[in-house]
Every structure is written in structure tokens, then in C-alpha cells.
Design a protein around this ligand. Structure first.
Ligand code: MEV
Length: 397
């Protein structure tokens, strides 16, 4: 067990195309965004393990000796095995949760316990430590906040337990892990995501681990040649929703209407492929106006498909109408049902139009910001190199 504290961060993501279809084996195109989750892990010798998640009001402490006495043999030692529903139920029992617990706070605590016990049980005794996580990402909005959380937890716990090396040992302000260590982080993070979401595709944790822009299909990721230099307006409708429930509803609709829903998923796959083709033609000078027109048409078609899958929401319709009035094209991103949407900003769209759009969206009660895409994946930092505001937020925990 390492004796020094660790500071890690991981980005959120935006899905350009392929949400929901990716759960059914189709292609998704996803990019990391420059909004990050930060985790501080401090080894202790007070016999306790503590978890602080101020964004969602979680403050939990456990006696290591009590956790040590629990029978955790149901967690396969050292193996990255998918958590079974029985394991999740057992964890709930251990954490003293009511049987029907579903809230994001409970699920975040369960994911922590799952990763802490699974990774920590390889040590002679479970480690005593404090873990604090703070995020710039809104929760439950489709920006991959739970994946960034799971990636940070996996990276910090694996490093603290010396399952993977600390890449900062060579010095520097921030560093990333070697490819095989990132693969290990990603596998564990996927299991954390499964505790939270049930049956995720794995795209969110992959983008948060690797960063940049990637094509994802059935666990296989291919980085896009270069992150597309697209300008995007990101809008949070502030309508809360559950990814788990939305994914389950799409599955039910597919079972109920296979002949109708399967072709929609095929068409979404073709949209991702067409978007990938267009982005692949991007040169240093960017895309030509007619290529932007194709991207806009793809956005419109996918938004209609997502509505047909049942994951739209009146707030997202409003987003499309308000941006459409300014000649801009939008779609939901992530699970839908509220949450976030993206609006493509063509290079010919002037700043006055962007400002007018932002104002119109703000007056609908939406939160809206311009974002750059293609941020670096999970990283480890020297505490002193972090932004003063982030340091202050973490120190206040
Ligand atoms: C959530 O960000 C994206 C979904 O496709 C679910 C998943 O891929 O696990 C809706």
C-alpha cells in the first residue's frame, strides 16, 4: 500500500451519435469534454475508511476492522469479474441499505464499496483511507459523471494498492498511465459502472479513461485520427432522469416491436458511420460548408430516431426549437429523457448568434455553455499543479 496521497481526475463525455444503439452492439462516436471529476485519496492509520461526495451530499465512514470481518469471498480475488445481481444485493446488505435503494447517493456508495473491497482484499488487511470526490460535471445529465467517478475510483484504488504503478514517480505536474494500466483501470471502472447502471455499454468509462475522441462498438474502441475540431454548445435541461431506467425502456420497446425498433438501431449505426466518414475527411482547415450540412442532417435524423425510441422529452424538443430558430441543429446526448443536448456551431455562426441562443436557452431555465472537445483521459496530478479553485474545493472536504 502506498503511503502518500493521490490526486486523480477523469473527464466527462459527450456522445455525438450512437447512444442507446451502442447498448445493442451498434457504433457510437464519443468525445471527452473539458469538465472533470477530481478524487483525492489519503492513506490513514485511524482504522477507518471514509467516503466524501459533496456534490450529492454523501458522508460515510466504516470501521476497517468490521469490513475485514465480513465474508467478502463472494468477490473473486484479483479478477475483474462482472458484479452479479447477488453480489450487489449482498453489498447493499453490508452497507445497511434498504432493499429497494435506487438513489444516486446509494449507488455511488455501493460502487465505492464494490471497488474498495474487490481491489483492497488482495492486501493483507483492507487499507485505511479517506476518499473525497468532487466534480465539475452535473450528475444524471448524460455527461458521464458516474463513469468519471468509477474511473477515478478504479485508478486511485489500483494505484494506492500498487496493482499499477504511480506514473507521477518520474516527476512532472500531471501524468497518465501506460496503455496496459489504462486497460486495467477501464476494466475495473466498467464494473463500477455496472453497479450503478446495471447494463451499460462501456462507452462512457472508455472515453473517460482514454480521453480524446473515439469510436466504440462492443467493447472495442478505436481512437479517431484526431479529435474533431468541432465547436459545440452543451445544454443541460436540468430535467433529472435515470440512465438505467431509460436503457431498460428501450430494451422493452425493442422486445415489444422488434421489426420497428431494430431498423431504427441499424439506421442509428449508419448515422454514426456516416458521421465518422465525414469527420475523417476533416483537414487542418476544418470541414467544408457542405460537410457541415451533412453533420446537421445527421443530427436531425438521429434526434427523430431517439424520439421514436422513447427517450425524448419536452425539454429536449424545446432545445431543438429554440436553437432551430437561430438556424442551429441539436440532439440529445447520453441517455435522454431530459439531461443534456448538444448543438453544432458551424464556423459561420457569429458570436452574436451564439450569445442570443444562449440567452434564449437560459430563459427556458437551461444551463448552457460552449465547450471544447477531446480532453485528456484519466490523469494523476501533483496537488500543487491543480487550479486554485479545484484545490480549494478538495481541501474543503
Ligand atoms: C449513456 O451515456 C449512453 C447510453 O447509450 C447507455 C450506455 O451506453 O451504457 C444511453
Amino acid at each position: 500500500m502506498l503511503s502518500e496521497g493521490l490526486l486523480v481526475s477523469a473527464p466527462g463525455k459527450v456522445i455525438l451519435h450512437g447512444e442507446h444503439a451502442v447498448v445493442h452492439g451498434k457504433v457510437a462516436l464519443a468525445v471527452a469534454v473539458n469538465l472533470r471529476t477530481f478524487l483525492r485519496l489519503q492513506p490513514r492509520n485511524n482504522g477507518k475508511v471514509s467516503l466524501r461526495l459533496p456534490n450529492i451530499g454523501v458522508k460515510r465512514d466504516w470501521e476497517v476492522a468490521k469490513l475485514q470481518q465480513l465474508d467478502t469471498s463472494f468477490l473473486e480475488p484479483g479478477d475483474v469479474a462482472a458484479p452479479t445481481p447477488e453480489q450487489v444485493e449482498k453489498l447493499k446488505e453490508m452497507a445497511g441499505f434498504p432493499e429497494d435503494c435506487k438513489g444516486s447517493e446509494h449507488l455511488a456508495v455501493l460502487a465505492f464499496l464494490y471497488l474498495y473491497l474487490s481491489i483492497g482484499r488482495k492486501q493483507s488487511t483492507l487499507p485505511s483511507l479517506d476518499v473525497s470526490v468532487w466534480s465539475e460535471l452535473p450528475t444524471g445529465a448524460g455527461l458521464g459523471s458516474s463513469a468519471a467517478y468509477a474511473v477515478c475510483l478504479a485508478a486511485a484504488l489500483l494505484t494506492a494498492c500498487e496493482e499499477i504503478p504511480n506514473p507521477l514517480r518520474d516527476g512532472g505536474h500531471a501524468s497518465r498511465w501506460a496503455t496496459e494500466d489504462l486497460e486495467f483501470i477501464n476494466k475495473w471502472a466498467f464494473q463500477g459502472e455496472r453497479v450503478i447502471h446495471g447494463n451499460p455499454s462501456g462507452v462512457d468509462n472508455a472515453v473517460s479513461t482514454w480521453g480524446g475522441a473515439l469510436r466504440y462498438q462492443r467493447g472495442q474502441m478505436t481512437p479517431l485520427q484526431r479529435p474533431p475540431a468541432l465547436k459545440i454548445l452543451l445544454t443541460n435541461t436540468q430535467v433529472p432522469r435515470s440512465t438505467k431506467a431509460l436503457v431498460a425502456n428501450v430494451r422493452s420497446r425493442l422486445i415489444k416491436f422488434p421489426k420497428i425498433v431494430a431498423p431504427l438501431l441499424d439506421s442509428m449505426d449508419a448515422i454514426s458511420l456516416e458521421c465518422e466518414r465525414v469527420l475523417g475527411e476533416m483537414t487542418e482547415a476544418g470541414l467544408a460548408p457542405e460537410q457541415y450540412l451533412i453533420l446537421e442532417e445527421l443530427i436531425d435524423m438521429n434526434q427523430h430516431h431517439l424520439n421514436a425510441l422513447g427517450v425524448g422529452h419536452t425539454s429536449l424538443d424545446q432545445l431543438c426549437q429554440v436553437t432551430g430558430a437561430q438556424g442551429l441543429h441539436s440532439k440529445l446526448t447520453g441517455a435522454g429523457g431530459g439531461g443534456c443536448g448538444i448543438t453544432l456551431l458551424r464556423p459561420d455562426v457569429g458570436q452574436p448568434t451564439v450569445e442570443a441562443t444562449k440567452q434564449a436557452l437560459a430563459s427556458c431555465g437551461f444551463d448552457c455553455w460552449e465547450t471544447s472537445i477531446g480532453a485528456p483521459g484519466v490523469s494523476i496530478h501533483q496537488a500543487a499543479s491543480l487550479d486554485a479553485a479545484i484545490r480549494q474545493a478538495l481541501n474543503g472536504l
